[in-house]
Design a protein around this ligand. Sequence first.
Ligand SMILES: [Zn+2]
Length: 147
Amino acid sequence: MTCLECSKKLDYLDHRNSMDQLGVELCGNHHTRMVKLIETKNTPIEAIQLYYGLKGAGVQAMLEWWDGKKSVDIAISRVKLNIEIDAEYHMMTHEQAINDLERTMHSFKNGFTTIRIPHVLIKHYLKETVNNILGIMEGLKANIKVI
Ligand SMILES: [Zn+2]
């Protein structure tokens, strides 16, 4: 058991605390940092799980990336891909839906593709979700000039 961020060896308590609260293996230090991120940015836990899922697959992503107008849950800048986690799918109002669409439109104008992933997908199909994102990245690489 080692920290996914710094590879520090985890003792039983660190491991259990982090798994219970975040569902990922982090040392006390990195666990605290993630909890702070959740508190200040309202980051969904699933975004953190997906971030480490992608990291495990060798993908360099950024959590809570500020694109100049808004904070994106996860961004993979190399292929200009933004990933938003839909935390409460069934609660979406039409105002939220049109706001989301407008944000997606602005991102597209800046050359970014936005995909929205329901949080339940990460809970139940993390590996498949990561694999699909890898496929999307390949498609984007073929279609845009990689920066
Ligand atoms: Zn650590």
